[in-house]
Structure formats: C-alpha cells, structure tokens
Design a protein around this ligand. Structure first.
Ligand code: ARG
Ligand code: ZN
Length: 849
C-alpha cells in the first residue's frame, strides 16, 4: 500500500529548493481562536536549483493578504500550500494569515495547553503557522515579535525589545523552520546561569506553571552538567545569551530541541523526590542532555531532508548515552540500552514495520520517529566509534562540525567526514543505513593443538521490500577465558565483513571459553551453542560486565523456553548461579538488579516465534511467573538479606549509587511478596518518603492481588499531581492479571480524571495495556477491541499519537489463527474507517501488507 500511495515521498526524488531564504520576520497577534501571523520573508533564487517553481507549504491557514515587494498579489492556493509567479531575483514576500490554536488538538503547529500557547514544528508543523518553505534545507535567521497580554512571551534566540503586551526575539543562527518555537503563558521561571568555556555568560530558565516550581531544581542541574559535558567531551560551546526550557502538559513526544527554546513534555522535565521515581530522574537527565546536545548535532548542523533524520537523532542519542554512562555507570547503561533495543527495535525489525535507519520512502514522516531511527541509529554511531577508535572518532567529529557548521547535510556527508579524518573506506559500512533487519551472527568453534578458531557467519532475514540482504560490517568484540576463569585474551574487535569468516587464536595452553559480542558491540542477534555450565561459568568469571549479565540472561531465557515449550520447571542450577551473582557484594547493586530482571514476555514471544511456533501469551506469562516464584522460593534468604542490608537511611538522593540500591531492594521486594505476602510491601508503602519506594510497594501489592487500601490512599494523596496520576492509571493496568487487564483499562477510561485528549494520560492507560502482553493478547480479544475503539476515537483529534499507538498490533502475525483473526478484524475495522488520518492509515496499511 505505501509503495503505491500517491502521497508517498521518496528519497531518490530529492531536489534542491528553488528559492532560499535570507531572513524571516514574524509578528504574532495571539488570540485563542483567531491568532494573526504576519510574515515578511526575503527570498533569493537558489543558484543550485533546477527550476524556479515558487511553492510555499501551508496547511489549515486562512490567508488574509499577500504581497510581493509591497504589491498585493493573489497566490494560487493548492493542495498543501500556495504558489505564484515569483521574480527570478531577490524579493520580499509578505503574508497575513489567521489560525485557531484553541481548536488545534493535533498538538502540531501553534496550539494551546492549559491556557498557554506553545508550538511543535518538527517535522512539518511550521506550515500550520504560516506559508513557508517548510523543509530543513532552507535555513534562515528569524526575528519574532509576539503581541499578547500574557506575562511571559518567548521565542528562539536572544531577547530584544519588550514592553506592555509585546516582546521581540532575534535568532542570529540560520535555522530550518522545524526549529522555530513560540511560548506565551502565565509562567514562572526557575533560573540559573552558566559560563561557557570562552567566558560567555548564559542565562538559564526553566519555565513552568506556578504549582510546578518545586520540581525544577534537578532539571536545571542536569542542564548545567550537559553544557559542561559537551564542552569537555566534544569541545562544543553554547552560542546564545539565553537558554530557555518550557514544560508543557500536552505534548506528543518527549521533548523538542528548538533553538534556544526547548519545549518539554512536563513528564520529561519535572521531578521532585516525592513525585518522581529514580527512573524518571535518570530519564529526565538524559532527555535534557539529548535536547541540549541537539544544539550542535541537529541545529548548527542539520538534516538536508527528513530521510536523513538519523543523522541528528542517532548521533544525539549516542551522545546522550555516553553522557548518562559518564554521569552514572557505563556498564549499567549499556545493559539498559541493549534491553531497550531488543525489546523495541528488534521487535520492529522483525515485523511488518521494519525499515532502514535511513528510510527510502514515507507517507507521513511523523511515523518514522522510531526506535530504529533513534536507537539503531545510535548503535551505528557506536559501531563507527569502535571501528575507527576513540581518537579517530574525535577527529571525525571535529571535521564534521568544522566542515558542515550552518549546513543541512546527509548521511553521505557524515560518513565522508569519517573517511577523510581516518582514511577508512566506509562504503560497505554504509549498508547499515540502507538495509533493514537484524543480522544473525552464528558462531562455530574449533580447537586443535593450541589453536582456537572462531568461525562467524552472518545472515539477515528479509524485511518488507528487501528480500535479499548483503553482508554488513560487524564489529565483534571478543575475549577468551581460561578454564580456571582467568582471561587469556583480552577484548579485541574482530571485523566480520563477509558472509562467513574465521578468526584464529594461537599459542593457547588449553581450550578457552569465548566471550563474544562483549559490550554488545553490534546490534545483532548472536546464535551460539552454549551449555548451561559455560553460561554459569561466564556469569561467574567474565570480566566484561555486559557479557557477565548476558550469561545470566541466556540462562534465564533457556530455562523459560524449556518451561514454556517442554513444561519443565524452574532450573535450580540457574537459580543458584543467579543467587551467587546477586549476593556478590563486589558488584554494583544496580547491576545486580539487572541480573534479577527476567526477559520480558514479548521478547519470549518473539524467541518462540523464531523456533517456528506460535507463541501462547498466557503460557509465557505463567511460565515467567512460575520462574519468579521459583527464584523467590529458593533465594528467599539472600533476597531478604539484600532487602535489609541495602536500605538507605539518609535523605533521598536521585544519584546513581542510591538509585541502584533502591532498584535492588525493590527487585527483591517484588519477588519476596510473591512467596511471603504483602506485609513487607505494606510497611515500605507506609514508610516511603519518595515515589520510587512508594510506587514499587504499591506495584508489589497489586501484583499479588492486594493493595486496595493503598491504591485508594495513593489516589487521594496525589489527585492534584497529574504526572503522579499517570502512574496511578498505568500501574493498575500493568499489574492486572491477564484476564482482568481489558476490564481494568476500560473501567479507568470512565474515571473522571481520564482526560483522554492528553497524550500522557491516554498513553498511561493504553501503553500499559499493550505492555501487559498476556492481558493484551487475552483470548477473548477484549483488549484488541478496546484499544481499536479508543484509537478510532483519538484519531480525528490527534493522528500522531494514534498512529504511534497502533504499534501495539504490529506483532500480530506471530500468533495463532484465532488471535490473528481477531487482530486482523480490528486492523481492517480501523483501515476502513472513513476519514482516517494519513498517519494512522499508513501504519495500518503497512501492518496489513
Ligand atoms: N527532535 C525531537 C527529539 O528527538 C523529537 C521530535 C519529534 N517530533 C515528531 N513530530 N515526531 O529530540
Ligand atoms: Zn532528538
């Protein structure tokens, strides 16, 4: 369907813009239903263009008047914008348009959220504000005047004149329209300051509603740390006099890197110990860093077109991952990132929505802000760094910034910087950007007379539109251990570029135990015959923290697969090895909590599907619960000792060491509640002075069918805090027994606080429903129907969030005939709905193809 859709845009069709913009002046006269936007745009013919067709994007705009060089003109309004006969020379275009922010429920363009005005322009939202060449390769300095009685009026760049009812802003750095932002509201600031490496003073402000002023301190510190880090690690300095962040309650995504005026979903910036969990604090620190880092990777150097999205997103995610590693723990962060990649990106890569990190076509670009573009995009940057080394990476980045500052560039430009800086040929490596799918790497070993040989074979299964795959360049980090546990060959990176390749290690006195894909050195699936004894050995002895963890994960997965497919029980050997790992006081508590995390139900479903069987979500859930019981039974003493000895006595701090101890004690609590009842969790709930411990205790209770009183108390305590209430909504669905999940979600949609037009609240309930795998796939099909009903209700108002949430159905082809029939019926019901958004219809079309 996508292939033939007339609205499909293709990378190969790129042509340069006919006109460039030298300067933009915008005046906003804000009014809820009738905001006037006056624009004055200086155009100049693009010497590199092939034609002179003048076209400006525009959507949902009421054109009041238009002028060229001061003379009134009547543009021709066509689908998606306007056109007119433009001079073949520089000229000024002026327009006045009217828009209706109050009725903008799509949260794209200029809209209202709780009485404030705000914008979201990436990717193609600026065309909902005024007529403009809304494409990232048109960059210009912007001057903005805002007229409104609201007390705080913000836009990009540095502040200019202001007074009663108006404020002016100037952004000297040429930027594409997607980085434009405007905010107006009754806001207060948590302020700070930063002195850059060259001595420039920057005023920092985090703008929030009065009631949230107590949730800003952490975000401000995270911003300062990010600014310091980017100077120290990448040599990148901030370039304006002010940096503003605004928290907005209604937002489709996490946050947006608008130049000098980042706009954040309030859930991605507001935090206090009482209202936010350790995971929230870590996520906020990472998102603040991410958006700040975009100032160089995205803003100063931007994308030529939206097919190049990974150019800024993959690189910026990689940078925020490095930052979190530096602030906290590299080992723990790497494991978290690998878990996310496997749970979400491998899932995408193995289903109907698989696409290359640089897609070749799209109908709606908003549908391509995916884990593949972001997280696999970041993995590619990580592989590049491993292949060229830290020094080569540093040189390549310096060259990239120096060469392309102020430009809109492509993946080819990015790779050329690496080639020119390091002399390495990256033509084969470039396949990572164009080829979809997760490579499988098969391992064979040979040992004879002191020579150990590893033979690696790669193979990538077909993905939609790409039946045949080429070998990619896979950096495989390998170390070898002696049977006594000593490391005989420290980590080295093997480069697998061919379909099959052998690597020999000589001079060994005994057959070694290999530790392969250390640090998760490439986003691939390793296929390796390994005995449980070898895994337990690696769990005990591997010097690489990732593979140490991986060995435990492999043991857990093997045990779970046997329980599901052969009906066996929990494996004492695995549980004892796990017990030794979690009791090892030389290991970081956060790492030990990760050892206790079993593979998720969806990941197991995919693994079963790959053995050629339809997964049964109920059986998977039951097996996983049985293993949790088995662990709690056999390791009860260790777990309760860990629970007691890792309690924190002092005041709450979100820093990594304390957070790690809480994640270990909460993992122990959750297991112990299964076998010992709810007393410990109730006590923790009562004593908790922070959200991390409060919500973990509540979750532990709900999961054993208790906690009704606490659930009510929680609601009473937090009914005025919408971010906390999102947790209250989500947790009930997440903790529901499979057969109750749909009913729980449905009952919550009738709750007076279920504000379904707020994306955070909608996602709290329905994200949790699709995340409860056994509940979502309950045999009745009730969850499928409920979700489809609500997606159809949301689609006319907010296509972007609707389209994103259709992904709950993306794995449908894995399941048995009954489930497939039920899901297909819902997908077809959605597809055949009159007036379905382009966003949602593209997603459903791809899933049904
Ligand atoms: N650039 C933003 C970020 O990752 C995300 C913007 C998403 N916008 C969208 N329309 N999907 O930092
Ligand atoms: Zn980003």
């Amino acid at each position: 369907m996508t292939q033939h859709d007339p609205r499909t845009v293709y990378l190969r069709d790129y042509t340069p813009p006919a006109y460039l913009v030298d300067e933009v002046r915008l005046t906003f006269r804000l009014a809820p239903h009738a905001t006037r936007v006056l624009s004055e745009i200086r155009f100049r013919p693009n010497p590199d263009a092939t034609g002179r067709d003048f076209f400006l994007h525009g959507e949902g705009l009421k054109l009041i008047s238009a002028h060229i060089n001061g003379a009134q003109v009547t543009p021709e309004l066509i689908e998606g914008g306007l056109t007119l006969d433009a001079p073949d020379a520089s000229f000024t275009f002026e327009a006045e348009v009217e828009i209706d922010p109050e009725n903008n429920t799509a949260l794209e363009g200029l809209y209202r959220s709780n009485g404030m005005y705000c914008t979201q322009c990436e990717a193609e939202g600026f065309r909902k504000i005024t007529f403009y060449p809304d494409r990232p390769d048109v960059m210009a300095p912007f001057h903005v005047r805002i007229e409104s009685d609201l007390p705080v009026l913000l836009s990009n760049g540095n502040p200019g004149a202001s007074g009663e009812g108006f404020a002016e802003w100037s952004d000297p750095w040429p930027k594409p329209a997607y980085l434009f932002a405007l905010v107006a509201g009754d806001l207060v600031a948590h302020s700070g300051s930063f002195t850059t490496m060259s001595g420039r003073d920057v005023a920092l402000n985090l703008w929030v509603r009065e009631a949230d002023i107590d949730k800003c301190a952490f975000g401000m510190e995270a911003l300062k740390k990010s600014m310091t880090w980017d100077e120290e690690v990448y040599g990148r300095e901030y370039d304006l006099d002010v940096f503003n962040i605004v928290a907005v309650d209604d937002f489709n995504m996490g946050a947006m890197e608008n130049k000098g005026l980042n706009i954040f979903n309030s859930s991605a910036v507001l935090a206090s110990p009482a209202t936010a969990t350790d995971a929230d604090f870590e996520r906020i620190e990472a998102i603040i860093a991410h958006e700040y880092f975009h100032n160089w990777t995205g803003n100063r150097v931007t994308c030529r077109d939206w097919f190049q999205l990974c150019l800024k997103e993959g690189l910026t995610v990689f940078r925020d991952q490095q930052f979190t590693g530096d602030m906290r723990s590299h080992a723990v962060k790497r494991i978290d990132d690998a878990m996310l990649l496997r749970a979400a990106q491998f899932r995408e890569d193995n289903g109907p929505l698989a696409h290359p990190v640089r897609p070749e076509s799209f109908v709606e670009i908003n549908n391509f802000y995916t884990v593949t573009v972001y997280e696999k995009g970041a993995e590619i940057v990580g592989m590049l760094r491993r292949l060229v080394g830290d020094e080569g990476y540093g040189k390549a980045l310096d060259l990239y910034f120096e060469r392309h500052d102020g430009q809109a560039v492509t993946i080819e430009d990015w790779l050329r910087a690496f080639e020119d800086a390091t002399g390495r040929d990256l033509s084969q490596f470039a396949r990572w950007y164009s080829q979809a799918g997760t490579p499988r790497v098969h391992v064979a070993e040979d040992w004879s007379e002191g020579r150990y040989t590893l033979t690696l074979r790669q193979e990538t299964p077909p993905t939609p539109g790409q039946p045949d795959k080429q070998p990619v360049v896979i950096p495989v980090a390998v170390g070898l251990l002696n049977p006594n546990g000593d490391e005989v060959v420290p980590t080295q990176v093997l480069e697998l570029n061919e379909a099959e390749q052998s690597f020999a290690f000589d001079g060994l006195s005994a057959r070694p135990v290999p530790s392969i894909l250390r640090g998760f050195s490439a986003p691939v699936i390793l296929r390796q015959e390994q005995s449980d004894e070898t895994r337990a050995f690696l769990l005990a002895h591997d010097t690489d923290p990732f593979n140490k963890w991986e060995a435990g994960r492999d043991l857990a997965r093997t045990n779970l697969m046997a329980m599901i497919q052969d009906g066996t029980g929990p494996d004492a050997g695995y549980i004892d090895a796990l017990g030794r790992g979690i009791a090892d006081e030389t290991l970081d508590p956060a790492f030990r909590a990760q050892l206790l995390a079993l593979p998720g139900e969806d990941e197991l479903a995919q693994a079963i599907f790959e053995t050629g069987h339809a997964p049964d979500p109920t059986a998977i859930h039951e097996a996983r619960e049985a293993l949790r019981h088995g662990i709690a039974d056999r390791l009860g003493d260790v777990l309760s000792r860990l629970y007691d000895t890792h309690q924190i006595t002092g005041p709450y701090s979100p820093e990594a060491a304390d957070a790690g101890r809480r994640s270990l004690t909460n993992a122990a609590l959750s297991l112990l509640s299964l076998t010992q009842g709810g007393d410990r969790a109730r006590a923790q709930y009562r004593a908790a002075d922070n959200m991390t411990q409060q919500i973990a205790a509540l979750g532990g209770l709900l999961r054993i069918g208790e906690g009704e009183a606490e659930l009510k108390a929680f609601e009473d305590q937090w009914s005025h805090e919408r971010l906390v209430m999102n947790k209250w909504f989500g947790l009930q669905v997440a903790a529901s027994a499979p057969r109750d999940a749909a009913a729980t979600a449905e009952a919550l949609t009738a709750h007076p606080a279920f504000d379904w037009k707020n994306p955070n609240r909608f996602r709290a309930v329905f994200g949790a429903l699709s995340g409860n795998a056994a509940g979502f796939h309950a045999p009745s099909g009730a969850s499928y129907r409920l979700l489809a009903d609500w997606l159809l209700k949301l689609d006319p108002l907010n296509p972007q969030t609707t389209a994103r949430m259709t992904q709950a159905f993306s794995t449908w082809k894995r399941y048995d005939a009954d489930r497939k029939t039920l899901i297909r019926a819902e997908l077809e019901r959605i597809a055949s709905t009159e007036g379905l958004s382009r966003d949602t219809s593209e997603m459903i079309g791809r899933m049904l193809a």
